[in-house]
Design a protein. Structure first.
Length: 279
Protein backbone atom coordinates (compact mmCIF):
# COMPACT_ATOMS: atom_id res chain seq x y z
CA UNK A 1 0.00 0.00 0.00
CA UNK A 2 1.29 3.43 -0.97
CA UNK A 3 1.57 5.49 2.21
CA UNK A 4 0.49 9.14 2.06
CA UNK A 5 -0.03 11.69 4.81
CA UNK A 6 -3.62 12.15 3.65
CA UNK A 7 -4.38 8.44 4.07
CA UNK A 8 -2.46 7.92 7.30
CA UNK A 9 -5.57 8.30 9.44
CA UNK A 10 -7.20 5.34 7.63
CA UNK A 11 -4.36 2.90 8.37
CA UNK A 12 -4.04 0.39 11.21
CA UNK A 13 -1.42 2.63 12.83
CA UNK A 14 -3.92 5.43 13.50
CA UNK A 15 -6.08 3.53 15.96
CA UNK A 16 -5.42 4.91 19.47
CA UNK A 17 -3.86 2.60 22.07
CA UNK A 18 -6.99 1.71 24.01
CA UNK A 19 -5.35 0.47 27.21
CA UNK A 20 -3.52 3.79 27.60
CA UNK A 21 -6.72 5.80 27.53
CA UNK A 22 -8.53 3.34 29.76
CA UNK A 23 -5.79 3.71 32.36
CA UNK A 24 -5.71 7.49 31.97
CA UNK A 25 -9.46 7.64 32.53
CA UNK A 26 -9.28 5.62 35.73
CA UNK A 27 -6.16 7.37 37.02
CA UNK A 28 -7.61 10.83 36.41
CA UNK A 29 -10.97 9.97 37.96
CA UNK A 30 -11.01 11.06 41.59
CA UNK A 31 -13.50 8.27 42.23
CA UNK A 32 -11.45 5.66 40.39
CA UNK A 33 -10.53 2.65 42.49
CA UNK A 34 -7.40 0.55 42.83
CA UNK A 35 -9.43 -2.47 41.71
CA UNK A 36 -10.36 -0.70 38.44
CA UNK A 37 -6.68 -0.03 37.72
CA UNK A 38 -5.85 -3.69 38.31
CA UNK A 39 -8.68 -4.80 36.02
CA UNK A 40 -7.49 -2.61 33.13
CA UNK A 41 -3.96 -4.00 33.42
CA UNK A 42 -5.04 -7.62 33.78
CA UNK A 43 -7.14 -7.27 30.61
CA UNK A 44 -3.97 -6.44 28.66
CA UNK A 45 -1.54 -9.40 28.97
CA UNK A 46 1.48 -7.64 27.33
CA UNK A 47 1.14 -4.73 29.77
CA UNK A 48 0.72 -7.06 32.74
CA UNK A 49 3.80 -9.03 31.70
CA UNK A 50 5.96 -5.93 31.32
CA UNK A 51 4.78 -4.55 34.65
CA UNK A 52 5.78 -7.74 36.44
CA UNK A 53 9.10 -7.84 34.61
CA UNK A 54 9.79 -4.24 35.64
CA UNK A 55 9.22 -4.70 39.36
CA UNK A 56 11.18 -7.96 39.38
CA UNK A 57 14.19 -6.37 37.70
CA UNK A 58 17.42 -5.89 39.73
CA UNK A 59 16.90 -2.11 39.77
CA UNK A 60 14.10 -2.53 42.33
CA UNK A 61 16.27 -4.72 44.55
CA UNK A 62 13.38 -6.69 46.06
CA UNK A 63 14.08 -9.72 48.24
CA UNK A 64 11.20 -11.86 46.96
CA UNK A 65 9.51 -12.30 43.59
CA UNK A 66 6.44 -10.17 42.83
CA UNK A 67 3.76 -12.37 41.26
CA UNK A 68 0.55 -10.32 41.41
CA UNK A 69 -0.50 -7.20 39.50
CA UNK A 70 -1.84 -5.56 42.65
CA UNK A 71 1.52 -5.96 44.39
CA UNK A 72 3.35 -4.66 41.31
CA UNK A 73 1.17 -1.56 41.04
CA UNK A 74 1.75 -0.83 44.69
CA UNK A 75 5.51 -0.90 44.10
CA UNK A 76 5.76 1.03 40.84
CA UNK A 77 3.19 3.69 41.71
CA UNK A 78 0.26 5.01 39.69
CA UNK A 79 2.20 7.87 38.10
CA UNK A 80 4.31 5.49 35.95
CA UNK A 81 1.52 3.21 34.77
CA UNK A 82 0.18 5.32 31.89
CA UNK A 83 3.66 5.78 30.38
CA UNK A 84 4.30 2.04 30.62
CA UNK A 85 0.95 1.33 28.95
CA UNK A 86 1.72 3.76 26.11
CA UNK A 87 5.17 2.27 25.51
CA UNK A 88 3.75 -1.26 25.52
CA UNK A 89 0.95 -0.34 23.10
CA UNK A 90 3.34 1.45 20.76
CA UNK A 91 5.69 -1.56 20.68
CA UNK A 92 2.79 -3.93 20.04
CA UNK A 93 1.69 -1.96 16.97
CA UNK A 94 5.02 -2.57 15.27
CA UNK A 95 5.84 -6.11 16.34
CA UNK A 96 5.48 -7.34 12.74
CA UNK A 97 8.71 -5.63 11.66
CA UNK A 98 11.23 -8.40 10.83
CA UNK A 99 14.19 -8.49 13.21
CA UNK A 100 16.58 -9.12 10.33
CA UNK A 101 15.41 -5.90 8.66
CA UNK A 102 15.57 -3.53 11.63
CA UNK A 103 17.09 -3.54 15.10
CA UNK A 104 14.11 -2.68 17.31
CA UNK A 105 16.15 -2.96 20.50
CA UNK A 106 18.51 -0.19 19.38
CA UNK A 107 15.57 1.88 18.19
CA UNK A 108 13.75 1.76 21.53
CA UNK A 109 16.92 2.28 23.53
CA UNK A 110 17.53 5.48 21.55
CA UNK A 111 13.90 6.50 22.06
CA UNK A 112 14.05 5.95 25.82
CA UNK A 113 17.30 7.93 26.12
CA UNK A 114 15.71 10.77 24.17
CA UNK A 115 12.67 10.65 26.45
CA UNK A 116 14.71 10.86 29.64
CA UNK A 117 16.89 13.64 28.19
CA UNK A 118 13.80 15.63 27.21
CA UNK A 119 12.34 15.19 30.70
CA UNK A 120 15.55 16.38 32.37
CA UNK A 121 15.85 19.42 30.09
CA UNK A 122 12.18 20.24 30.76
CA UNK A 123 12.72 20.05 34.53
CA UNK A 124 15.83 22.22 34.19
CA UNK A 125 13.65 24.76 32.35
CA UNK A 126 10.94 24.52 35.05
CA UNK A 127 8.52 23.31 32.39
CA UNK A 128 5.21 22.52 34.17
CA UNK A 129 4.66 19.02 32.70
CA UNK A 130 8.06 17.39 32.10
CA UNK A 131 6.48 13.94 31.85
CA UNK A 132 4.86 15.01 28.56
CA UNK A 133 8.31 15.68 27.12
CA UNK A 134 9.37 12.20 28.23
CA UNK A 135 6.47 10.74 26.22
CA UNK A 136 7.33 12.92 23.22
CA UNK A 137 10.93 11.75 23.38
CA UNK A 138 9.97 8.12 23.71
CA UNK A 139 7.72 8.35 20.62
CA UNK A 140 9.62 10.92 18.56
CA UNK A 141 10.78 8.52 15.82
CA UNK A 142 7.59 6.47 15.58
CA UNK A 143 7.11 7.67 11.99
CA UNK A 144 10.14 5.59 10.97
CA UNK A 145 8.36 2.44 12.11
CA UNK A 146 5.20 3.36 10.19
CA UNK A 147 7.10 3.52 6.88
CA UNK A 148 9.19 0.49 7.77
CA UNK A 149 6.24 -1.75 8.58
CA UNK A 150 4.25 -0.44 5.61
CA UNK A 151 7.06 -1.07 3.09
CA UNK A 152 10.28 -2.57 4.53
CA UNK A 153 12.02 -2.75 1.15
CA UNK A 154 11.38 0.93 0.38
CA UNK A 155 12.58 2.06 3.79
CA UNK A 156 15.75 -0.01 3.50
CA UNK A 157 16.45 1.79 0.22
CA UNK A 158 15.80 5.18 1.86
CA UNK A 159 18.26 4.38 4.66
CA UNK A 160 20.86 3.22 2.14
CA UNK A 161 20.47 6.44 0.12
CA UNK A 162 20.85 8.51 3.29
CA UNK A 163 23.93 6.55 4.38
CA UNK A 164 25.70 6.86 1.01
CA UNK A 165 24.87 10.52 0.44
CA UNK A 166 27.56 13.18 0.53
CA UNK A 167 25.24 15.00 2.93
CA UNK A 168 23.93 12.09 5.06
CA UNK A 169 20.43 12.95 6.23
CA UNK A 170 17.53 10.57 6.77
CA UNK A 171 15.03 13.43 6.67
CA UNK A 172 16.33 14.57 3.29
CA UNK A 173 16.27 11.03 1.85
CA UNK A 174 12.72 10.48 3.12
CA UNK A 175 11.45 13.69 1.58
CA UNK A 176 13.02 12.82 -1.77
CA UNK A 177 11.51 9.32 -1.79
CA UNK A 178 8.16 9.96 -0.10
CA UNK A 179 7.50 13.69 -0.27
CA UNK A 180 7.42 13.86 3.54
CA UNK A 181 9.48 12.63 6.50
CA UNK A 182 9.13 10.48 9.61
CA UNK A 183 8.73 13.50 11.91
CA UNK A 184 5.61 14.60 10.01
CA UNK A 185 4.21 11.06 10.11
CA UNK A 186 4.85 10.81 13.84
CA UNK A 187 3.14 14.11 14.55
CA UNK A 188 0.03 13.13 12.58
CA UNK A 189 -0.08 9.66 14.13
CA UNK A 190 0.11 10.95 17.73
CA UNK A 191 -2.56 13.51 16.95
CA UNK A 192 -4.75 10.64 15.73
CA UNK A 193 -4.02 8.91 19.02
CA UNK A 194 -5.57 11.95 20.75
CA UNK A 195 -2.38 12.87 22.59
CA UNK A 196 -2.04 16.58 23.47
CA UNK A 197 -0.46 19.15 21.12
CA UNK A 198 2.44 19.51 23.56
CA UNK A 199 3.41 15.95 22.54
CA UNK A 200 2.51 15.65 18.84
CA UNK A 201 3.74 19.11 17.80
CA UNK A 202 7.34 18.69 19.04
CA UNK A 203 7.43 15.20 17.51
CA UNK A 204 6.44 16.71 14.15
CA UNK A 205 9.17 19.37 14.44
CA UNK A 206 12.01 17.69 16.32
CA UNK A 207 14.38 18.13 13.37
CA UNK A 208 13.27 21.69 12.56
CA UNK A 209 12.04 23.13 15.89
CA UNK A 210 11.88 26.79 14.86
CA UNK A 211 9.29 25.94 12.19
CA UNK A 212 6.78 24.99 14.88
CA UNK A 213 3.95 27.54 14.98
CA UNK A 214 2.96 26.48 18.48
CA UNK A 215 4.74 24.56 21.27
CA UNK A 216 8.08 26.00 20.17
CA UNK A 217 9.72 25.49 23.56
CA UNK A 218 8.68 21.83 23.60
CA UNK A 219 9.96 21.38 20.04
CA UNK A 220 13.32 22.89 20.97
CA UNK A 221 13.59 20.71 24.07
CA UNK A 222 12.91 17.56 22.05
CA UNK A 223 15.38 18.65 19.35
CA UNK A 224 18.16 19.12 21.91
CA UNK A 225 17.20 15.90 23.73
CA UNK A 226 17.74 13.80 20.61
CA UNK A 227 21.25 15.20 20.21
CA UNK A 228 21.91 14.42 23.89
CA UNK A 229 20.77 10.82 23.34
CA UNK A 230 23.41 10.51 20.61
CA UNK A 231 26.02 12.10 22.86
CA UNK A 232 25.56 9.47 25.57
CA UNK A 233 25.91 6.65 23.05
CA UNK A 234 22.27 5.91 22.24
CA UNK A 235 22.10 7.17 18.68
CA UNK A 236 21.15 3.95 16.95
CA UNK A 237 17.93 4.72 15.11
CA UNK A 238 17.93 5.01 11.32
CA UNK A 239 19.88 8.25 11.16
CA UNK A 240 23.14 7.73 9.24
CA UNK A 241 24.90 10.45 11.24
CA UNK A 242 24.46 12.72 14.24
CA UNK A 243 21.55 15.09 13.48
CA UNK A 244 22.55 18.71 13.16
CA UNK A 245 21.91 20.78 16.29
CA UNK A 246 20.09 23.97 15.40
CA UNK A 247 22.55 26.76 16.17
CA UNK A 248 19.96 28.76 18.12
CA UNK A 249 18.44 25.89 20.11
CA UNK A 250 20.81 25.74 23.08
CA UNK A 251 20.97 29.53 23.21
CA UNK A 252 17.19 29.96 23.21
CA UNK A 253 16.77 27.32 25.92
CA UNK A 254 19.62 28.88 27.90
CA UNK A 255 21.37 25.54 28.37
CA UNK A 256 25.03 25.57 29.30
CA UNK A 257 27.48 22.75 28.71
CA UNK A 258 27.85 22.19 32.47
CA UNK A 259 24.23 21.03 32.61
CA UNK A 260 24.66 18.77 29.59
CA UNK A 261 27.73 17.06 31.09
CA UNK A 262 26.02 16.85 34.49
CA UNK A 263 23.07 14.78 33.21
CA UNK A 264 24.94 12.53 30.76
CA UNK A 265 25.38 9.61 33.16
CA UNK A 266 21.86 10.01 34.50
CA UNK A 267 20.35 9.73 31.01
CA UNK A 268 22.45 6.67 30.22
CA UNK A 269 21.64 4.88 33.48
CA UNK A 270 17.90 5.55 33.29
CA UNK A 271 17.69 4.51 29.63
CA UNK A 272 19.55 1.25 30.28
CA UNK A 273 17.37 0.49 33.29
CA UNK A 274 14.12 1.20 31.43
CA UNK A 275 15.31 -0.79 28.42
CA UNK A 276 15.86 -3.87 30.57
CA UNK A 277 12.30 -3.73 31.86
CA UNK A 278 10.71 -3.27 28.43
CA UNK A 279 12.59 -6.11 26.68
Amino acid sequence: MLLTLQKLHTTEFASPPGVYFQLEKVLNNKDGTFEEIIQVIENDPPLAARLLKMVNSPSYGLMGKVETISHAVGIIGKENLADLALATAAMAKFDAIPKEVFNMREFWCHSLACGFAAQLVAKHRNYPQPEQLYVAGMLHDLGQLVVLQNDPELYSKICMIAKNSLDPSLIKAEKEALGFDHAQIGGILLKEWRLPASIYTPVAHHHEPLKAQTCKEESLILHVAEIMAYEVGFGKSSEPALPILHKEARKILNLNLDFVYEVRDQIKERAEEAFCTLF
